[in-house]
Ligand binder design. Structure first.
Ligand code: AMP
Ligand code: GLY
Length: 416
């Protein structure tokens, strides 16, 4: 089999690495890939981005399967185009991708199908939105409707902050259209969990849970990032929480997908909030999490490529998904200054390690791996329990280094 993986993050490195483990896979093309996929077993980077070019490549190279990593291409409708050309692709249709591409679409979907989520209002005009935030309870959460590269959610503590946010989103148009419409939502207090899953439209198979660490500094301080580390499974996802999730979130979601005839074959990632009043759905993503994927996939015992093919063949209901017994811990190494401005082009040294290194903002240039982004690498280890996984990862950290490398020292430490 020849497989095409679209994307260039740590997530896509982990996906390509896992797909390559199937003995029937002879080659994994990564478009565009990164410095990690450049050297990964069976992988080759190709410098293509536009959907038309990817279709042409898939046809010419007789690609058997395409896996779409990031959300933007799915929202653009890549799956519909590939399918219309008779190409096998793993990723939801443009219509289904609206579950991530539009917050108001996803909240309306949640409401329609009785999925437990925070109360909300949608606004397309600034005046009623400004009036609303004068009377709503605080903190309150303002969300840009469209894709905003992870920056479209602001938790506002005061009327003034809320009004400023509305002005930035709706008038100053900081997200170039994506914030013209906003969702204003009830604030939920609790702990978050990420539940990645696969669906074939008839069945949703949840993966083991995971816990991201979004803030840049230890003790969950400082600005939000794309994610600084992950542990899996998530210790807060108890049997009771998972039961609540299954009944009040997963099952009605599947009903909705069916009723709306969404043609959903792909990833559905539930971002949930576990509160003292039960488990709420914060958001859907139609792609895998980053860095959740880097922590979760090393624990997957079943063959990942077979799982993807089972979803495409609508045979997930009979797939026996198996996990290793232990835990995993993923720590992200970022460039100094991230998530603000940072320098690139630093040479990355990697010594042999018992952990697995996935590259993200790293390119291969002049015979060296060099930094090219904010989140540069993730290092992942597994262990027979969470403490062992955490220790293993931190012990191996000295095997990777570059000038100004920064990581959180407390991934997996539980504060609540
Ligand atoms: P979202 O893109 O909707 O997941 O929002 C990004 C982040 O904002 C989430 O991971 C939460 O940390 C936070 N967030 C979103 N909605 C809420 C909410 N209703 N209450 C509290 N925090 C929220
Ligand atoms: N790590 C959070 C996300 O991928 O959305």
């Amino acid at each position: 089999m020849k497989v095409l993986v679209i994307g260039n993050g740590g997530r896509e490195h982990a996906i390509a690495w896992k797909i390559a483990q199937n003995c029937l896979v002879e080659k994994v093309y990564c478009a565009p890939g990164n410095g990690g996929t450049h050297v990964e077993n069976k992988c080759e980077n190709i410098n293509l981005d536009k959907i038309d070019d990817l279709v042409k490549f898939a046809k010419e190279e007789h690609i058997d399967l395409t896996f779409v990593g990031p959300e933007a291409k799915l929202v653009e409708g890549i799956s519909d185009v590939f399918k219309a050309e008779g190409l096998k692709i793993f990723g939801p249709s443009k219509k289904a991708a609206q579950l991530e591409g539009s917050k108001s679409f996803s909240k309306d979907f949640m409401k329609k199908y009785g999925i437990k989520t925070a109360a909300y209002e949608v606004f397309t005009e600034i005046e009623p939105a400004l009036k609303y935030v004068k009377t709503c309870p605080y903190p309150t959460v303002i969300k840009a409707d469209g894709l905003a590269a992870g920056k479209g959610v602001v938790i506002c503590q005061t009327v003034e902050e809320a009004s400023n946010t509305l002005n930035e989103f709706m008038i100053n148009d900081v997200f170039k259209g994506s914030g013209k419409k906003v969702v204003i939502e009830q604030f939920l207090d609790g702990v978050e969990a990420s539940i990645l899953s696969f669906t074939d439209g008839n069945t949703i198979i949840p993966f083991i849970s995971s816990k991201d660490h979004k803030q840049i500094f230890d003790e969950d301080k400082g600005p939000n990032t794309g994610g600084m580390g992950v542990i899996a499974p998530n210790p807060y996802c108890t049997v009771d929480v998972l039961e609540d999730f299954n009944e009040n979130i997963l099952k009605p979601t599947l009903l909705g997908i069916n009723s709306e005839e969404m043609d959903y074959i792909g990833v559905i990632f539930f971002g949930i909030m576990i509160t003292k009043d039960g488990t709420y759905l914060l958001e859907y993503n139609v792609r895998m999490g980053d860095p959740e994927t880097q922590a979760v996939l090393p624990l997957l015992k079943s063959d990942f490529t077979e799982l993807v093919l089972a979803a495409i063949d609508k045979k997930l209901s009979s797939f026996n998904l198996e996990w290793e017994k232990g835990s995993s811990c993923c720590v992200v190494l970022a460039s100094k200054g991230y998530p603000g401005s940072y320098e690139t082009g630093k040479i990355i040294e990697i010594k042999p390690s018992k952990g697995k290194v996935f590259a993200a903002g790293a390119i291969y240039e002049d015979g060296h791996l060099k930094t090219s982004g904010g989140r540069v690498l993730s290092l992942v280890s597994i262990g027979s329990n969470l403490d062992e996984a955490i220790n293993n990862t931190y012990e191996e950290l000295s095997s990777v280094n570059f000038e100004g490398a920064y990581c959180r020292k407390d991934i997996g430490k539980l504060y609540k």
